[in-house]
Design a protein around this ligand. Sequence first.
Ligand code: MG
Length: 464
Amino acid sequence: MTKLFGTNGIRGIVNKDMTSDLALNIGKAWGHYLRQKTKQPSVVIGTDARLSNDMLKSSITAGFLSVGCDVIDIGLVPTPCVQYYVLKRSLDSGVMITASHNPPEFNGIKGIDADGTEFSKQTEEDIEEIYFSETAKMVPWDQVGTHSRNTEAKDLYIKGLLSSVNVELIKKNSFHVVLDCGNGAGSVVTPEILKMLGCKVTELYCTTDGRFPGHPSEPTPENLKDLIATVAKEKPVFGVAQDGDADRAIFIDEKGNYIWGDQTLALFAQYFIEKHHGGIVITPVTSSTSVSDVVQQYNGDIVFTRVGSPVVARAMMEKKAVFGGEENGGLIFPDFQFCRDSAATIVKFLEILAEKKKPVSSLLQTIPSYSLVKRKVSCPHDLKTIILGLVKEKQTDDASIDRIDETDGLKIYNSKGWVLIRPSGTEPIIRVYAEAQNLKDATNLAGCYENIVLSLINKKSIES
Ligand code: MG
């Protein structure tokens, strides 16, 4: 193993890849890293609802204590709640034990920097270096860290979130919402927040259970059948589902139609750009053209970043963006905090409905729609960069290409739409995403570049 952190922190199957030994040694390396900056660092730790949380929490806590860090345990909370606590209590770091939407046998560890954003690549690499070189130093007996429990994080988070919206305006509408927490960490705050906003809440799977008995934790159309059926029957203003650690939200319109994350992203982008009479919206290169269409329509600027929510959050801070987020339902609101937050997304959506006085389906009619086709091609790790270079070379004499963006992989624009060819950071695959105005063009574009990538890999494999 040469790398601990993947795209979403450290993840693995419990007691196979994700063991108590691993958590202990990560705690030591992470704590040592913090001790290089501060004499007595304070770290907050929260968990989602998974059955292996206590095992991993105890181990990583022991690691931190052994190298002289103090640990504050805030219990079972959503990831954004840990992030808010780090920032508000000026702590040195945050730990979230979660595997987000993965199946119940998985668990993981997510790192939060002192500014409340997820770990940067640099922080991850610095901790990995200490971990693999086994250079973490345990402290003498009288410098071992202290451990405490604290129950204020949830209330602090709810208070902060509600101060970022017009509570009275939302209350006046007595909105009806169908909420599906998927037995995840959202259950401990979201029903309460909605009730504080005067909403009538129909709850589906809003009790925490690490076995995820309601449905698998990823909010796909397939997994949200019960939510869709309940919305169609009860006709609320919307239905909403959270993933396991409640940093992402997926909505169902008042008629029972599943809303893809890129449509919600575009709707919010439109709202914030209109509200601020311009401004900057930040999103990764994988996001739909519908987002840039609406931003430009209201004289805003769009900035595309590399893939990964920490990259988006940091770019938002740097460029003072009015809004940002990913196409998977992970939206970031800079007037609250710089991280993906599903409860904030739900509350802000209610504020939009209260202001616009229109149903969700009619708000969505103003958002352009595109077709996206996703493919992946197997490719050995050592060939990925070479293949990307060869694909780029092939494009130079193709007159149909408008431009190529190399922010993350190759994003090639032509008259039909765009195609993104992007090597995976963790798996031996190259992803090919194509978007166009209709499914036929998107399929053709994806198929064309899938074949190009495939033939180059075959050619290179034969040569070597
Ligand atoms: Mg998540």
